[in-house]
Design a protein around this ligand. Structure first.
Ligand SMILES: [Zn+2]
Length: 210
């Protein structure tokens, strides 16, 4: 009788262990959901051709902290926290017509027409829409294109990139991560150390000499 009870007890423990396993399954299904947001940028761009303002609005419901953490795991999210969301009427009132056309309507200034393509002083380049630091003079180079060109942003979190299929081309659009303002495009034909060329409109920038 004792042996029978022991066997029953062991079977009971075994069943108990088996039942514990299914409890882990919900945990395993977690990571794929968490991995989804990084691809959301491009998807948002495809769904919202109306402009960066709409994209920023789409991200807002997720919560500022969560979004900032997703995009900047390094912890460089201080600037991201105070995202700038303004109505098009507010932007139109604050910006010059040229700034509004480029920043909010994704326009492009004519080559060699801007104030900063030939700027060689030391300093910082801030977003003309919201003032976030975007580029530094140490990363600026003379591309010969007639637009200010940089090999990298001042901080990775300062920029967001979107797929741009307008004008029969496939390009990577660069926008300010804080206000969604259109800055220009990034191309893979830049000089070392990154091999990237951030081709930016002068009118999207405000230069602050140092
Ligand atoms: Zn901005």
């Amino acid at each position: 009788m004792m042996q029978t009870r022991l066997v029953v007890a062991f079977i009971g423990m075994f069943i108990g262990m088996m039942e514990a396993c299914p409890a882990q399954k919900p945990l395993r299904s977690g990571p794929p959901q968490a991995a989804a947001p990084p691809g959301g940028n491009t998807a948002a761009a495809d769904k919202a051709p109306a402009g960066g303002y709409t994209i920023a609005a789409n991200k807002a419901p997720r919560g500022q902290n969560t979004t900032a953490a997703d995009k900047a795991p390094a912890g460089e999210n201080t600037a991201m926290a105070d995202r700038v969301n303004k109505t098009e009427a507010q932007w139109r009132a604050e910006l010059t017509p040229e700034q509004y056309h480029v920043l909010r309507e994704k326009g492009t200034e004519p080559a060699f027409s801007g104030a900063l393509w030939n700027e060689h002083r030391r300093g910082r380049y801030l977003c003309a829409g919201c003032g976030q630091e975007l580029f530094r003079s140490s990363d600026k180079f003379d591309s010969g294109t007639g637009w200010p060109s940089f090999t990298r942003p001042a901080a990775a979190a300062a920029l967001s990139t979107l797929l741009d299929t307008s004008h029969g081309m496939v390009r990577t659009e660069v926008v300010c991560s804080r206000c969604g303002g259109h800055l220009g495009h990034v191309f893979p034909d830049g000089p070392p150390p990154t091999g990237l060329r951030y081709c930016i409109n002068s009118v999207s920038l405000r230069f602050e000499p140092q």
